[in-house]
Unconditional design. Sequence first.
Length: 300
Amino acid sequence: MTIEVRGLTRRYGDVVAVDDLSFDVLPGTVTGFLGPNGAGKSTTMRMVLGLDRPTAGSARVNGRAFAELRAPLREVGALLDPGAVHPGRTGRAHLRVAARTNGIPTARVDEVLAQVGLERAARRRIKGYSLGMKQRLGIAGALLGDPGVLLFDEPINGLDLDGVRWIRGLLRSLADEGRTVLVSSHLMSEVQQTADRVVVIGRGRLIADTTTGELMRGLGARVVRVRTPEADALLEALRGHRVARAGVDELHVSESSSAEVGALAHAAGVPLHHLSELEQSLEEAYLALTGDAVEFAGHG
Ligand SMILES: Nc1ncnc2c1ncn2[C@@H]1O[C@H](COP(=O)(O)OP(=O)(O)OP(=O)(O)O)[C@@H](O)[C@H]1O
């Protein structure tokens, strides 16, 4: 039960939505799929689900292209666009149609309705559903075929706190049952709370593919802020370190400590006017990581 993405590329005219992307999603884990708006997350998921055609490369589920899966809904379930349902149908009727067309026993419909907590609304028309209820119905649809691979595109969008907690618990339990779970979000904080692994993309390209812990350690690294009237001399003394020039008299040193920077400055006879450690918040660090990849940055 895996998702394998290899050299996946999708162009729309001049826009490269997904750019030579490769990663694996493994069973028993929740993998967060993280990137700013327009990064290419939905396009990637659509290609995994056979809803869009790669310009190059491949996306495989359990070793096969989606079109080659014999019983697709039993192998992979997805929540993509919860609004894309017939509003005049009841939730139950909607799922029964999906079950029938996919050779899934209709008894399964009531099971998944119970699993997502929609039993009481099952006989009401979808047009009367709240966003959260539509989201739950979409998830029920994803679970219908009891698939080993699940994709959720921004599942917490528009949910209240209870709904968010419920989704987190559901993702966890699906992974604990040994399933392969890929969940997209544009929020670092969300992925931090739910995912074991993270695939970060920006402008369609892979930025990071690692465990959540590693990503947080890397991103949360302290930066030493130092000010000196002799910045060039200090730069020289810090050779071999990762240093960014933040102004005429200010340097930011990564992967170091104020003790180390202070000692190096002292040894080189460089006077310091300021020395401190900046603790980056995870959200800031994530923005720094994907900053160059943001398609439309807000100003002011
Ligand atoms: N059918 C399409 N035709 C033209 N361009 C498209 C199409 N689908 C997506 N794009 C473009 O591809 C890029 C990636 O879009 P995509 O929706 O995959 O990003 P995303 O990471 O899911 O973002 P969001 O969080 O906003 O949904 C964007 O520049 C988008 O405008």
